[in-house]
Design a protein around this ligand. Structure first.
Ligand code: ME8
Length: 661
């Protein structure tokens, strides 16, 4: 049977700073849905990308003395690295600076103009530069500031093109209130009351005060302003009005656009209006989630922001607890529509309770018992008990419940449904008490049945979990002796799929238990440091001082200059203080070339015993000198740190004399 298409998109992110756990949420959520649909047999197109134009980018690039393109290239590389690290299986990555997108946006803008939906006028309004948004007076917050970032707005006036919104108001109201386009529904009512009922205002769609944007072809002083450029990505990436791709007919309309509440207005009102004007069918669903927030000192929830120093670095979390544990945590915490407060305590307790004690322990106990009682391979004898049926029913129900939740993009709900089966499986172990069965020769068939049911239940549960935790589940399949075909979606609606004589393989611990107190202390310390640094930067900026970290580098060198320096691994054979000097140590080194003596100014930080027997980095071709009358043939490498000088030691497995480059 031909596969049905399924098209899902994340927002395209601003590469105006490093990605954080908030960006990860939408992307991991879409990735999980994309993987689930692939498992169900859909032909999936999963799109993500970056929104690279605008004044903010132009300004940041200027601050760093690079072109806007050079600036975004650097950050896009970090985004892509993060997506690889988080195991994001996107099928296409769009950059709004890609030529084909630029070409399509120019055509879309012209088409809207030719149809009479775009006209030229003058804009005068309250403008928030960081958010790149004009706001009407009624939209400003109680202090007259930007309703999104709460920073002051300025009055901006310029010639601009506008997109007529009013012709679409009625249709959009119906779309929001009478269809299930937008989920959750409460958000739809909010939008209609705040933006449609008071009368839809026309949208400013071009700017003349900055250059970093897509030029309007028929009026070169103007660049296309934000939303026509950004929103169009969902269709240009499929080849709408360009020849780079030809997937539009196959995948459009999109099945799911997923975004957070900050940009819901643009996706719920402006995007449908644009598509209506272009006579393009509307996407099927728009799923809105809340923000991952952090608690401020005063206890209120704040959006993560680099300037507050409260952003959580996903690379750091992944390194500590594993990418799958982080994916699981953020997906399990966020309910569609509501905010989710990020807390180290909740994260660690969640990983321990659900993953280490719940699922991980279920797998390791089951595999260990199959190994202990049957040497790893179950016998074919069986003895069923009515007790087995409820356990099996709960596992099978998890499949249909997870499907239903996924259909409504309720990922938290899907995980809850699957974990009902995990809890039921652990309870089944308590009910059947395999350790007692194991003591009774007469009960071997019953024991084999219990363990088989557990392994087959784990097969179903792990297959359902694989879209959410794609790194770990193949390891589970290896441990429970499941083949690739055993975990196919079609085989999740019945028990009895694993071979009768299945063989298990004991493996690594899937989710190690975390030491709660120690980790929380360390994580809170990292957060405290980041916030203090951000605060220091802010105060320095307010006083007009240069931020401390902007260090002047030495003049640039070429690779040929660098090649003149010969750095080699050497081992300290002997070491003593240089007489009449507090600062100098004299080291005898095995450099793999007959040995040499080096004098180094590290006596305040190291005693000879700290160094003898250790390997370090030696600048081997430095001109010899005499220090305090002692010959020194080279230099050892050390770092200046706030805690003093630290020698760069080398791993003991690297042979003496190895060249470092
Ligand atoms: O708005 N919690 O890009 P953006 C949850 N370029 N999600 C968060 C989050 C948080 N703390 N922070 C960011 C833009 N997000 C435009 C979009 S689309 C045509 C153009 C996620 O980099 C969330 O999905 O500011 C939000 O909608 C998106 O990042 C905004 O990313």
């Amino acid at each position: 049977m031909p596969k049905k298409p399924f098209y899902i998109t994340t927002p395209i992110y601003y590469p105006s700073g490093d990605p954080h756990i908030g960006h990860c949420y939408t992307t991991v959520a879409c990735d999980s849905i994309a993987r689930y649909r692939r498992m169900q047999g859909y032909d999936v197109m999963f799109l993500t990308g970056t929104d690279e134009h605008g004044q903010k980018i132009e300004e940041k690039a200027a601050e760093q003395g690079v072109t806007p393109k050079e600036y975004v290239d650097g950050i896009v590389a970090i985004f892509k690295r993060l997506w690889e690290y988080m195991n994001i299986s996107y099928d296409r990555y769009i950059r709004t600076t890609d030529d084909y997108h630029v070409e399509s946006v120019q055509k879309i803008f012209k088409a809207l103009y030719d149809k009479g939906y775009i006209y030229k006028g003058e804009y005068s309004g309250k403008y928030c530069t960081p958010c790149e948004s004009f706001w009407t007076d009624s939209q400003l917050d109680e202090n007259g500031c930007c309703p999104e970032c709460h920073r002051p707005v300025t009055i901006a006036k310029e010639e601009a093109y506008f997109f007529k919104m009013s012709p679409f108001a009625e249709r959009i109201e119906k779309l929001l209130l009478e269809t299930d386009y937008l989920q959750p529904k409460t958000r739809a009512i909010e939008l209609v009351n705040n933006f449609i009922k008071p009368g839809l205002e026309d949208l400013c769609v071009s700017r003349t005060t900055f250059k970093w944007g897509i030029p309007v072809t028929f009026d070169p002083g103007h660049v296309v302003y934000v939303w026509i450029d950004a929103l169009s990505n969902y269709i240009t990436a499929l080849g709408y009005e360009n020849s780079a791709y030809s997937d539009f007919d196959r995948y459009w309309p999109a099945d799911v656009h997923m975004v957070a509440k900050d940009i819901m207005r643009f996706h719920a009102i402006i995007w449908p209006a644009m598509l209506m004007a272009l006579e393009v069918p509307l996407p099927k669903h728009l799923a809105i989630h809340g923000w991952i927030t952090m608690q401020s000192k005063s206890g209120e929830s704040q959006k993560m922001s680099k300037s507050l120093g409260n952003v959580v670095d996903p690379f750091m979390l992944g390194q500590r607890y594993g990418v799958d544990a982080i994916r699981y945590h953020i997906l399990r915490e966020m309910a569609l529509g509501a905010d989710s407060a990020f807390s180290n305590e909740i994260m660690i307790n969640r990983i321990n309770s659900d993953l280490a004690n719940g699922f991980g322990n279920l797998v390791s106990r089951t595999v260990a018992m199959a190994d202990k009682y049957f040497g790893g391979t179950l016998p074919a004898d069986r003895e069923a008990d009515p007790l087995d049926e409820d356990f099996k029913a709960v596992c099978l129900r998890a499949v249909s419940e997870a499907d239903t939740e996924l259909d409504g993009t309720r990922i938290k709900g899907a995980l809850e449904a699957i974990f009902k089966a995990v809890d039921r499986a652990n309870k089944y172990i308590d009910e059947t008490e395999p350790w007692k069965l194991g003591k009774d020769e007469q009960k071997r068939a019953r024991l084999a049945t219990v363990l088989y049911n557990l392994l087959d239940g784990i097969r179903i549960i792990s297959a359902l979990l694989s879209p959410f935790m794609p790194n770990t589940m193949p390891k589970v399949w290896e441990q429970i002796g499941a083949s690739e075909s055993d975990v196919e979606y079609e085989k999740l609606s019945s028990f009895g799929v694993l071979p009768e004589n299945v063989t298990v393989h004991k493996g690594e611990i899937l989710f190690p238990r975390i030491d709660v107190d120690k980790e929380i202390e360390e994580l809170n310390e990292i957060l405290r440091k980041n916030m203090a640094e951000a605060q220091a930067k802010l105060s320095a900026a307010e006083k007009g001082e240069a931020p401390a970290e902007e260090t002047e580098l030495a003049p640039e060198i070429t690779i040929d200059d660098f090649a003149k320096v010969e750095i080699r691994v050497a081992k300290v054979i002997a070491c003593e203080k240089v007489k009449k000097s507090d600062k100098l140590l004299c080291l005898q080194l095995d450099d793999g070339m007959g040995g040499r003596q080096v004098v180094s100014g590290i006596a305040e930080y190291y005693s000879p015993e700290d160094l003898i027997g250790r390997k370090l980095q030696l600048i081997a071709n430095l001109k010899p000198v005499k220090l305090r009358g002692v010959d020194s043939n080279g230099m050892i490498c050390a770092a200046d740190t706030p805690d003093g000088v630290k020698v760069i030691f080398v791993d003991d497995s690297i042979p003496v004399g190895s060249k470092i480059r």
